[in-house]
Design a binder for this molecule. Sequence first.
Ligand code: GLU
Length: 304
Amino acid sequence: MRTVSRGRFAPSPTGVLHVGNLRTAIVAYVAARSAGGDFVVRIEDLDRANSSFDHELSQIRDIRALGMEFDAAVVRQSDRFAVYDEVIADLTNRGLTYECFCSRREIREAASAPHGALPDGAYPGMCRDLSRAERDERRSGRSPAIRLRTDGEECELVDAIRGAYRGAVDDVVLRRNDGVPAYNLAVVVDDAWQGVTQVVRGDDLLSSTPRQIHLQRLLGHPTPEYAHVPLVLGADGERLAKRHGAVTLDDLAAVGESVDGVRDELLTSLGLPAGPLVEVARVFEWSLIMKSPWTIPTRWQTRG
Ligand code: GLU
């Protein structure tokens, strides 16, 4: 049987893609194509309040404008809530979940106390072992989130850019208390369902990868190859945002930058040659990719 490799880019449609997002998409695309694989786009619109169809359309337009072609229809997570609910029900039937009634504030306060080897922001476990009476009492006031029950496991990966990385697994939220399935669950379910073999994304998500690998194992899914791309920064050294200047394709067009010019600037910032992405894919190797964050060029730092 031929093993089909498949890469993906999975933006959240909460705004226009900035050059940091587009730079990550470029890596996802050329890496997938260099392995002779497919490339797909998944719209991560779980959070309906902050997502919009207009942003989805602009994101797809900008990805295409840079020369990325998709090999399957775009998948939208908001169409798949029933699937995520089924997976959560399965984990619950296996005794692997519990209800959590904590507010953000309670978690923040408890999490600031030292808790051994747990990762930053990890849930300290206040609701893990509530008695039935305690649960009934708490349930009367609020609707619960559903968390995964873990036991201090650790997971290790070898990232194609960052190298070996090991992290503890925590009781991650699977369904929020407003009923919305959580990112870490949906991403694992969808990468497996879509046959994704290579996950390329921003390196702010590296610390979430051990929990995703743990979930993959519980659900019997294969673990894809991972590559976490160093972030793009503004002039002040902070993670790129609108205030940093011309940061989207539209902004850059308004200050006279062509799409091909932006593409080439992003490619060279990554350590790759300039040119059409299909050609870059022919010479792509992980060892070429820059391992440190990149600051946008001075001429992009002001708005037109
Ligand atoms: N939707 C996430 C984001 O836009 C990316 C998730 C992923 O690639 O796993 O930050």
